[in-house]
Design a protein around this ligand. Structure first.
Ligand code: IPM
Ligand code: MG
Length: 357
């Protein structure tokens, strides 16, 4: 098969980690007889520098015209002072919206060779940790009406409207239930229905969808309780489905308890097969350009791309198995380094993974 991939290297360590993911993809192509064509496009800080905006229209057009999008990371201190729309992060929100990527899939799994990096006590993680957060990605407070004004008595006031419609809740819940059917058949819907109207609608619609999936165990959980349960007993979760802001917060928490933020990939999906795949970590400007970054989250994001956008299951399995075997062999980048292991650079990690394919 031939697939056209739009590549957004972005800022900081973005170019380094994306380069390694492309190296691994090319090896998969060679091995399985596929051709991956790459079109590089600009987004984030580098796009601000070169075109004056974080998300040029040309980038949106080229992404829409491709089969899928691979993204490194955007942002950095250089652009932190930019006003709302002129920040690298605005590019990321813009592309999610423009490609209508409403479902963000974030797996959090404790990998055996890295179990010692998990910050939780072993009696908590003995039961394992393997969950997926399905985060609604283009609604809620991120995309609701925003206002900053000075009121009549001179107070500066700002607001972000957390708004959801029934169809938005329904479609994200379906993604979660379909995913649960391929896993341990358990969905936890997370909301703040004791306070928020938008959460009460979330609860009503999620229950309606749940009724169509009688084979999937379903429950609701308040978001504050979920934050606590994730560190108390993470093994209770299989698929968590939640709105945009709650999902942003809980997915950082979930990734941290695996002990390896640098290892976690993500997929952002819409109605069709076009998706955007990126590591969940940021652009790490402190180590940019030093060939030190951990490329594994980006490599695993490429595996998700093969799985979800291209329906190449064996190829995705091959990448995941290669990562496992490199880790089993004691090869580590600095962020996951521990005693007795072999420290390698970003590019060497990419080479080792590609060699295993
Ligand atoms: C994420 C990030 C983004 C978000 C930021 C960079 C806008 O934190 O992908 O989780 O909040 O969605
Ligand atoms: Mg986040």
């Amino acid at each position: 098969m031939t697939k056209n991939i739009a590549v957004i290297k972005g800022d900081g360590i973005g170019p380094e980690i994306v380069g390694e993911a492309m190296k691994v993809l090319d090896k998969v192509g060679e091995k399985f007889g596929h051709t991956f064509n790459y079109t590089q496009v600009l987004m984030g800080g580098i796009a601000i520098d070169e075109t004056g905006v974080p998300l040029p229209q040309e980038t949106v057009d080229k992404c829409l015209a491709s089969d899928s999008v691979l993204l490194g990371a955007v942002g950095g201190p250089k652009w932190d002072k930019g006003e709302g729309g002129m920040r690298p992060e605005a590019g990321l929100l813009g592309i999610r919206g423009a490609l209508k990527l409403f479902a963000n899939i974030r797996p959090a799994k404790l990998l055996k060779p890295l179990a010692s990096a998990c910050p939780l006590k072993s009696d908590i993680t003995d039961n394992g940790l393997d969950l997926v957060i399905v985060r609604e990605l283009i609604g809620g407070a991120y995309f609701g009406e925003k206002k900053t004004c000075v009121n009549s008595i001179g107070n500066k006031t700002a607001s972000d409207l957390m708004i959801y419609s029934d169809y938005e809740i329904e479609r994200i819940c379906r993604v979660a239930f379909d995913m649960a059917r391929k896993r341990r058949k358990k969905v936890t819907s997370v909301d703040k229905a004791n306070v928020l109207d938008s959460s009460r609608l979330w609860r009503e619609i999620s229950h309606k969808v749940a009724a169509e999936y009688p084979d999937v165990e379903f429950s609701d959980m308040l978001v504050d309780n979920t934050a606590m349960q994730l560190v108390r007993n993470p093994a209770q979760f299989d698929v968590i489905v939640t709105e945009n802001l709650f999902g942003d917060i809980l997915s950082d928490e979930a990734s941290m308890i695996t002990g390896s933020l640098g290892m976690i990939p993500s997929a952002s999906l819409g109605e069709g097969s076009l998706g955007l795949y990126e590591p969940i970590h940021g652009s790490a400007p402190d180590i940019a350009g030093q060939n030190k970054a951990n490329p594994i989250a980006t490599v695993l994001s490429a595996a998700m791309m093969l799985r979800y956008s291209f329906d190449m299951q064996a190829e995705a399995d091959a990448i995941e198995a290669a990562v496992d075997s490199v880790l089993e062999g004691g090869v580590r980048t600095g962020d996951i380094m521990s005693e007795g292991m072999t420290l390698v650079s970003c590019s060497e990690m990419g080479d080792r993974i590609a060699d295993e394919i």
